[in-house]
Design a binder for this molecule. Structure first.
Ligand code: AR6
Length: 187
């Protein structure tokens, strides 16, 4: 069962599953600065969406250079149900100012969706795979960003936080209930 929170005019839905299966205007990828989508959620996105996502990513880096940690780049979404993939570069756990960089990666994803005028966005638990962040710490960072950012949202109405596996879901659920309990809502 998904669980939901309402912050301003946006419903935040916590769900367990594969982000590449979701219907949202954009899905966020947990990328590296070179947009080389070699593992984790990035590889799943390219496998299902098609090589054009990797080609467009390569083109982006050729034109603009690597994407700094905490920043985002946008490509099309190939065969995925989404219109766009927003590639967000998170920090490695333990690097200096990691939490601030992780917050930037989430915040810039939400702001980019707003800039594109999107209604719905799906987010993975950025940095909690190859980059080693504990789920609970990532959830704390994301909860703060949602509370800061969503009250000012104009186009966004739905943010889906997609957790891969029950361990990730339980950890996020616990933190979100503690931090966002006052915003609890029906889905
Ligand atoms: N749907 C949703 N979440 C997923 C999926 C999926 N299909 N597959 C994995 N996850 P990671 P990072 C979860 O490693 O830590 C890549 O090689 C996963 O369980 O994808 O930011 C990139 O190219 C974890 O909770 O991203 C970079 O080099 C979360 O997604 C580097 O890894 C993020 O795990 C980025 O590392």
């Amino acid at each position: 069962m998904p669980e939901c929170y309402r912050i301003g005019s946006v419903t935040v839905e916590l769900t367990e599953g594969d982000i590449t299966e979701l219907s949202a205007d954009a899905i966020v990828n947990a990328a590296n600065s070179w947009l080389k989508h070699g593992g984790g959620v990035a590889l799943a996105i390219v496998r299902k969406g098609g090589e054009e996502i990797q080609r467009e990513s390569d083109e982006y880096v050729r034109k603009h250079g690597p994407v700094p940690t905490g920043q985002v780049a946008v490509t099309g979404a190939g065969r995925l149900k989404a219109k766009y993939v927003i590639h967000a570069v998170g920090p490695r756990f333990g690097e200096p100012e990691g939490d601030e960089k992780l917050a930037s990666a989430f915040r810039n994803s939400l702001l980019k969706a707003e800039e594109l005028g999107l209604e719905s966005l799906a987010l993975p638990a950025i940095s909690t795979g190859v980059y080693g962040y504990p789920y609970a710490r990532c959830a704390e960072v994301l909860a703060s960003v949602l509370l800061d950012t969503l009250p000012r949202a104009r186009s966004l109405r739905r943010v889906i936080v997609c957790l891969y596996g029950s361990e990730a879901y339980s950890a996020f659920s616990k933190v979100f209930r503690e931090r966002l309990g006052a915003y609890s809502s029906t889905c």
